[in-house]
Design a protein around this ligand. Structure first.
Ligand code: ADP
Length: 446
């Protein structure tokens, strides 16, 4: 009876021991899986912060090397469009390829290898590439392991690792984990490439849209120019024809009136052509701004003096609110005079009789700001930005009377921008407009 009991206990003990061994084995397997998952999780966490292929693969390499305790390693990727290998990330490598592609022969031998495996020196020699710098490096690294990076069962790169610092061998589990890491790497490479392709696609689409917009603008511009030139030309040809046909029958006063119109319209044509040439030369940068140390106050005063008589004829009072002096700085005197004349003559044109115009200038450490303010007809909000576009004329009672090409403000803006300045307008209909421009002051002063 006693014997039976102890035999039963012994059997139970053996079963328990067996069970314990089984549990130990399962725990070992679980620990391995947990380790693998943790490695993958850590790599995923670190690599999601970047979509840049190089940075991402550098992180991949350093995390993989950290996992196995390795000091020498590299990642290469294969460019099938250029049929070459690129050394994209490396650590502990004492030679540089200076961005040159790796000799393709160096990888020919193991570009067919679809599983993680040890690379022997004889494998390199067999490939007949033992004398390339890259292979020499490989040969100098004790124990190396090659893990292919596969996409659709094609080798798109590889992770090459040297020996472990501990001197330990690579176990089969290590090779399995390396294969999983390489699969992950392949997914990341694909995502980074898709991301890059998307960025590139978006850039091309953006550039396409911009080109189309410019093309449309250019066509509109050509149409506008043709239209603007046709109007005075129609007048000129109409009246000259009239003069030819009716020279004998029409009284002299009519003929004088016709030739006056022809003269005015030819003058308008000349102005449009000159303005267009000015505009295109300034915009294309062909007109060099002759930036010299100049006195802006004198330029403003001279421009005001020039338009004084025209203002008086319209009973418009022109006020000047200028500092005692504006220290000279670099700008093109003639072009800046043109800016002031454009702004002042616009203010006179678009202000009714009895109005006022005030020219103000102020300096700070970094800019000179000028304002030409009038009590004129103003500009509707919808036209505020457009007034700086070529040929844009606001439709109001004064623009019907006052002659203009719609190019003055475009030229003015181009001149200011060629001086690295900015120009803008604030306006309220029937209250008046203020045109401002700012020029970088200190910069020019240096
Ligand atoms: P334009 O030769 O017609 O004067 P600009 O380019 O100088 O051409 O001006 C464009 C348009 O902006 C003008 O036709 C006018 O409608 C409007 N504008 C310019 N300056 C003023 C101003 N001071 N007050 C009101 N409208 C203005």
């Amino acid at each position: 009876m006693k014997n039976e009991t102890s035999a039963a206990i012994q059997t139970e003990n053996e079963q328990l021991k067996h069970r314990l061994d089984e549990l130990e084995r399962q725990k070992f397997e679980l620990d391995k899986k947990i380790f693998e998952l943790k490695v993958l999780y850590d790599i995923a966490r670190e690599t999601t912060t970047t979509q840049d292929l190089k940075t991402m693969l550098k992180v991949f390499l350093s995390m993989t090397m950290g996992t196995f305790g390795i000091v020498k390693g590299l990642i290469t990727i294969y460019h099938d469009d250029k049929l070459c290998w690129e050394l994209i990330a490396s650590s502990g490598i004492d030679f540089t390829l200076d961005g040159k592609p790796i000799d393709i022969a160096a990888f020919q031998s193991f570009s067919q290898v679809k599983e993680a495996q040890l690379i022997s020196d004889s494998c390199l020699e067999d490939a007949g590439c033992a004398d390339t710098t890259f292979c020499q490096w490989l040969q100098s690294v004790p124990l190396k392991i090659w893990t292919p990076i596969l996409a659709d069962n094609q080798v798109i790169g590889g992770i090459c690792l040297g020996e472990k610092i501990s001197g330990e061998e690579y176990y089969q589990e290590n090779l399995n984990l390396l294969s999983i890491i390489a699969t992950n790497c392949a997914l990341n490479i694909r995502n980074a490439r898709l991301f890059q392709e998307n960025i590139e696609k978006e850039r091309i689409e953006r550039e396409n849209r911009e080109l189309k917009r410019l093309d449309k603008k250019k066509n509109e511009f050509v149409n506008m120019v043709a239209h603007e030139l046709r109007t005075p030309l129609t007048s000129i040809s109409g009246f000259s024809e009239l003069m030819m046909k009716k020279a004998e029958t029409k009284p002299r006063e009519s003929l004088v009136k016709f030739s006056k119109i022809i003269f005015q319209e030819s003058d308008r044509l000349r102005r449009i052509i000159n303005d267009l040439l000015d505009l295109s030369r300034i915009k294309s940068g062909k007109v060099e701004m002759e930036k010299m140390p100049n006195d802006l106050k004198t330029v403003i005063e001279t421009a005001c003096d020039n338009v004084q008589l025209t203002a008086e004829k319209k009973k418009i009072v022109l006020y000047r609110d200028l500092p005692a002096s504006i220290p000279s700085f670099l700008f093109d005197k003639d072009k800046m005079t043109q800016v002031m004349l454009n702004l002042l003559s616009n203010s006179i044109k678009y202000t009714r009789e009895g109005g006022t115009i005030t020219v103000t200038a102020r300096t700070t450490d970094s800019v000179v700001r000028c304002e030409v303010k009038d009590t004129g007809v103003g500009i509707p909000a919808a036209d505020l930005k457009k007034v700086f576009e070529e040929f844009h004329r606001v439709n109001n009672e004064l623009s019907k009377i006052e002659r203009g090409t719609g190019l003055g403000l475009s030229i003015t803006k181009s001149i200011i921008e060629a001086h690295d300045g900015r120009i803008w307008v604030e306006s309220q209909e029937e209250i008046g407009s203020s045109f401002f421009f700012e020029l970088p002051y200190k910069e020019m002063n240096q």
